[in-house]
Design a protein around this ligand. Structure first.
Ligand SMILES: Cc1ncc(COP(=O)(O)O)c(C=O)c1O
Length: 392
């Protein structure tokens, strides 16, 4: 009983601080979904291109499950790779223009596995202050020294790299498109930093893959620096509408990670249905249809950013579908979110520890499937509630 009392006290504390989270049940098709019998407009999904609902992906999943079963049965090192795993890795490497690719079961597993495999005691990891939790967790798990540099500040990073020398491995790691801010890392400067200070550069493009750059190759491609990045990580669970993750890298690093990335070695591999859907999604993203969807998304992004600006919010002119509306404290943020839900708009509040204290926000994400009138209505409602709460 005493143990439950400890847990209850912790929950009470979270509630007092406005940081308690609970799950909502949502059904139906993006971007209109059902919540407790009401139809609401989804404005916080990472299914940017709408591929999660695409008939080609659904059919590929169903057929792969029918042909190969529901599970892969074990880790690939134990019971072998399926041809689908290998086909998907070949396609990823071709798409990214790298020697090799390696699948992971999720972006979280890729970041924790890769970072902790590369770095250990005696090594140094240089990580952007606003990096995703899975990068931070990988760094903590590694046992390496963790040096966090100010957000997107390559000059400060350079100084820190000069200060923290040593003979061990040095790894710079950054989100490419920041998941909670929607801004883009200065990858060219970070690549210079890596080259001049003899470090590996790893880029997490969970959110840029599929939507930015030629054929949706991602942020490094958009910025013309893909060849200067040693490890490009991406996910299938966001713009690609499926599940899982990959890294695109050299054969040398792939061989090493197959041996040392614990989330790869000690985990059952992706099931056939998921792998087949990812393969179809990738082919779609690379095709003319993918280009069309990216075009629609870009139009919606530009429209929605402009509409929010028109309501009085300070919104930078960026090509990315992640648009934060900064509120500050968690209680007002959650009140903002719940008033929007009463107006049939599902827009989650984001609070610490996902973002730093004092920067709680609504994180809007635009999809290719949103219709202009839906975005117009959403912006009007967000503006109205923002004024009610004194946020604008
Ligand atoms: C930047 C970033 N990296 C990694 C992840 C983890 O990816 P996954 O959802 O596939 O575990 C996410 C997703 O939340 C993310 O936003």
């Amino acid at each position: 009983m005493h143990q439950n009392a400890i847990i209850q006290r912790r929950i009470d504390e979270l509630q007092k601080q406005g940081l308690f989270r609970s799950l909502k049940t949502v059904t139906g098709s993006d971007p209109l979904v059902d919540m407790a019998g009401r139809q609401v407009l989804l404005l916080c999904s990472n299914n940017y291109l709408g591929l999660a609902e695409h008939p080609v992906l659904k059919q590929a999943s169903a057929e792969a499950a029918a042909s190969f079963g529901a599970s892969s049965g074990a880790s690939r090192l134990v019971s072998g790779s399926m041809p689908l795993h290998e086909e998907l890795e070949t396609e990823v490497a071709d798409w990214k223009g790298t020697e090799a690719a390696l699948l992971f079961n999720s972006g979280y597993a890729a970041n924790t596995g890769v970072i902790a495999a590369l770095a250990g005691r005696g090594d140094v990891i240089f990580s952007d202050r606003l990096n995703h939790a899975s990068i931070i967790d990988g760094a903590l798990l590694s046992g390496a020294r963790l040096v966090r540099y100010p957000h997107n500040d390559a000059q400060a990073l350079d100084k820190l790299m000069k200060k923290h020398g040593g003979n061990g491995l040095r790894l710079i790691v950054t989100d490419a498109l920041f998941s909670m801010d929607g801004d883009i890392a200065p990858l060219a400067q970070l690549a210079d930093c890596a080259r001049l200070n003899d470090a590996l550069l790893m880029v997490d493009d969970a959110h840029g893959g599929g939507i930015l750059g030629e054929q949706g190759r991602g942020t490094a491609d958009l910025l013309g620096v893909a060849a200067a990045v040693d490890i490009r990580m991406g996910t299938f669970g966001k713009a690609l509408g499926s599940f899982g993750a990959y890294i695109a890298t050299s054969r040398l690093l792939r061989d090493y990670l197959i041996n040392r990335a614990r989330s790869f070695v000690f985990s059952t591999s992706l099931p056939p249905a998921v792998t087949a859907a990812s393969l179809k999604a990738l082919r779609l993203v690379r095709s003319a249809d993918g280009e069309l969807l990216r075009g629609r998304l870009a139009e919606n992004v530009s429209l929605f950013r402009g509409l929010l600006r028109g309501e009085g919010f300070v919104i930078p002119d960026l090509p990315t579908p992640i648009i934060p509306i900064k509120v500050g404290d968690p209680l007002t943020t959650m009140e903002f979110s719940s008033r929007l839900l009463k107006r049939e708009i599902l827009l989650q509040g984001i609070r610490p520890p996902t973002v730093p204290p004092g920067t709680s926000r609504l994180r809007c994400t635009v999809m290719a499937l949103h219709r202009p009138e839906q975005l117009q209505r959403a912006a009007t409602e967000i503006g109205a509630v923002g004024r009610e709460l004194g946020v604008i």
